[in-house]
Every structure is written in C-alpha cells, then in structure tokens.
Design a protein around this ligand. Structure first.
Ligand code: HEM
Length: 210
C-alpha cells in the first residue's frame, strides 16, 4: 500500500491497519474460539468433523482444493458465526424514515445488530441451540436466506471469502494436528464451564461471573 502508484497517506495507512486488526483478526479469532468451545461441549460434532477431515486429507497436510470437500466443517463454522455473531453491531445511518417490511426505521437510526437478527425465533428455530445441520441444503431454506453476519450491500464485509478459507483451514488443521486428542473444557465438565459472550468490538467468550 505504501509503494502503490497513488500511495496512501500515513493516516490512511493507519486507518487501514486498524480496520484490518479489528475487522479481520478479532472476528476470525473469536469465531474459532467459540467453535472449539461448542465442539468441546458436543463430542458427536467433534467426531463428525474429525471423520470428515480424515476422509478428505488423511495424514497429508490440508490443501486449498480440499476446502470444498469439507461441507460439515463449513456448517459448524457458519453455526458458530450465527450463534455468537462476532460482528454483533453494524453502524448505518438512515437518511430518512423508511418502512422496512412494516417496521419503521426512523431517520437518524444508527445501528443494526446481526446478533439479534440471527437469534430471531421467527427465522431460526430454537435460536440458542448450536445446530450445524440447520445449514444443510435440505434445511437451509427454512432460514429464508437470513444469514447477514457479514452484512450486505455495498459495504458488505470485503474479507468474507478470505474468512471462510482461513476458518476452515485453521479448524481442519487443529483437528488433524491433534488427531488423538479430544477437546475438553479445562474444568473437565461442560456443565461447569459456562462461557458467555462479552460484547466489545466483537462477542468474545468469557467465563460467566467474571
Ligand atoms: C468471521 C469473520 C468475519 C465477520 C463475521 C465479519 C463481519 C463483517 C461485517 C458485519 C462488516 C460490516 C458490513 C456492513 O457494514 O454491512 C464487515 C466489514 C469489513 N470486514 Fe469483515 N468480517 C469477518 C472477517 C473479515 C476478514 C477476515 C477481513 C479481512 C481480511 C475483513 C475485513 C473487513 C473490512 C475491511 C470491512 C469494511 C468494509 C467496508 O466498510 O467497505 N473481515 N465485516
């Protein structure tokens, strides 16, 4: 960026770096943390994931071309993004009053929340349940295309495709590298290990009561 024909100013460069730090690293980092947390609470999901990864790449390292053959890993990640919505708040300003499907969005309203949207029981049955199979080709129509975790429109997340690849690669690599380990909460009991989302720039996992 500094050596481009029309290089950025120092301020622009700093702004880009901060955008990427908060927009790219925190979001994918917390998504993976939540994914591993939920897998550790549901061993049958971990088992299915491990079987998929073993079938696709056996003992060899993962290749980019493997990603399309890991649909279950993708569904597990999508469910982590839906359930915990790392980008829980998105800013927009309504330029005028708008009737949005019968709801008034008043002029000047400034935020909307993918997190709240993704917990709407009208769209997601049992929204607090972590269920990767709501994203199977047979079930996905029930959500009416309501996955807005990356935003939409002109300012939609520019890093979405990169994020999917990165998330799938890291998840599959963790499972492949530690093949003979089982993921467990550090307390040893999922019931004791209550983790809740703490909202900041994203929704990070935090032990409840801390
Ligand atoms: C789980 C991962 C991620 C989630 C959930 C996520 C979500 C979002 C959301 C909701 C927005 C705002 C969209 C809007 O205003 O409509 C956004 C913007 C953005 N994201 Fe992501 N993101 C993720 C990963 C990434 C990654 C990996 C990168 C970069 C490699 C990235 C770069 C950006 C940038 C630069 C913007 C601002 C785009 C603009 O304003 O034009 N994001 N992201």
């Amino acid at each position: 960026m500094l050596t481009a024909e029309d290089p950025l100013t120092r301020q622009q460069f700093q702004d880009e770096a901060i955008t990427l730090l908060t927009g790219a690293i925190e979001t994918t980092g917390t998504t993976l943390a939540w994914t591993l947390y939920d897998i550790s609470r549901q061993p049958r999901i971990e088992l299915r994931l491990r079987e998929e990864v073993a079938t696709v790449c056996g003992d060899r390292p993962l290749r980019y071309g493997d990603l399309e053959h890991l649909p279950y890993a993708r569904r597990v990640l999508q469910e982590a993004i839906r359930t915990y919505g790392p980008a829980w708040l998105v800013t927009r300003t309504a330029a005028r009053d708008i009737d949005l499907g019968g709801h008034l969005v008043p002029e000047g309203a400034v935020v909307w929340s993918p997190y709240l949207h993704q917990h709407d029981p009208d769209v997601f049955t049992d929204p607090d349940a972590f269920d990767p199979d709501r994203w199977t080709p047979e079930n996905v129509s029930a959500t009416r295309g309501s996955f807005l975790a990356f935003g939409d429109g002109r300012r939609k997340c520019i890093g979405e495709n990169f994020a999917w690849a990165e998330l799938q690669i890291i998840l599959a690599t963790v499972l492949r590298t530690w093949q003979s380990f089982e993921l467990k909460p550090t307390s040893g009991s999922p019931a004791q290990e209550m983790i809740v989302p703490e909202t900041g720039a994203d929704t990070r996992p935090t032990p409840s009561g801390s």
